[in-house]
Design a protein around this ligand. Sequence first.
Ligand SMILES: *Cc1c(COP(=O)(O)O)cnc(C)c1O
Length: 381
Amino acid sequence: MRRYGWNFGLRSVNAPQPHQAGINAAVAARVEATIRPDVRALTAYAVSKAHGAIKLDAMENPYGLPEPVYAELAAVLARVPLNRYPDGSGDSAKQALRRSLGLADDVGLILGNGSDELLQIVTTSVCGSDAVVLAPDPSFVMYRLNALYAKARFVGVPLRADFTLDVSAMLTAIERERPSLVWIAYPNNPTGGLFPAAELERIIAAAPGLVVVDEAYYAFSDHSFLPRVRDYANLAVVRTVSKIGLAGLRLGYAVAHPAWIVEFDKVRPPYNVNALTQAALPVLLSHEAAFARQAHDIRAERARLAGALTRTQGVVTFPTHTNFVLARVPDADGWFAGLRAAGILVKNLHRTHPLLAQCLRITVGTAAENDRLLAAVSSLS
Ligand SMILES: *Cc1c(COP(=O)(O)O)cnc(C)c1O
């Protein structure tokens, strides 16, 4: 077995070298002296391995690509010149997206390698080391992590115990902290709820800096701030295609006044969206009705799943406008392990936040997957 993968090309190393222990100790000391202490204190984002389990932990669409898309995509992708860098500005992908969204030409648009990259680009553009980033809490973990990377100070404003937005606490915190950047996940992850639009309007009006509304779950909700970006000087909307069935594509986008986008583009790596993704996007968008049908089916399954969980003894569910259901169960660790043993992977949120005690986040699967989950749940409860 090759044990030192980073030695490839220098020499073949199949056994530990006598001096290896010394090198390891020297590297450990150098890492400790060189890597930022706040980065060393982190644990890397844990992505569970599915190992053939039913995967209800990551808000993926459980259906494959709509059938007619395969052949068309294969033909287009086969002709992509992979020896060349992609179009750095992503023009044809952006044009297809503009048509699909009905975006006017005077509204700015930027593409990201997933919306995760855009979250980082926006944070880096806005935040110097004295900046404050503010968001409801619990919400998407990357808002806090990106603030840490930028050496900005993160202020989390607790949601109420039922995961509704405490808008007066938000407004008080905005007044006190004067944040450069406010994140609102709309609907919210990991709680699933949709904050009232009127409360977001008050937050946008009060915020001294930029407010970004993160609409990762737009396909499972009937509300959007996308048509509102022209109404405000300080509003951007970020979206991703990940949750509608294209998580592997890694494509996100942000929409705002062009003056914001010009600045974000300066921080964006020049070739951040790869050529295969750019070429695939117009094909995929030409089938958007098929993705919309899948989202419709997921919403129907969501209602069935949430209803059945709500009727389960000892389980409390929370209103969801996403493709997952947040459920408080009698023993989250025990249920997580029990579901795991039954071949079903969900997200255990217990201990991730005081408000999320005993909570599991369950992604809506296919009807058959949801039946398997519900059968496993009834044997646990
Ligand atoms: C999943 C998710 C994202 C990240 O999506 P990618 O485009 O896959 O990087 C961003 N925001 C929220 C709220 C999410 O749930």
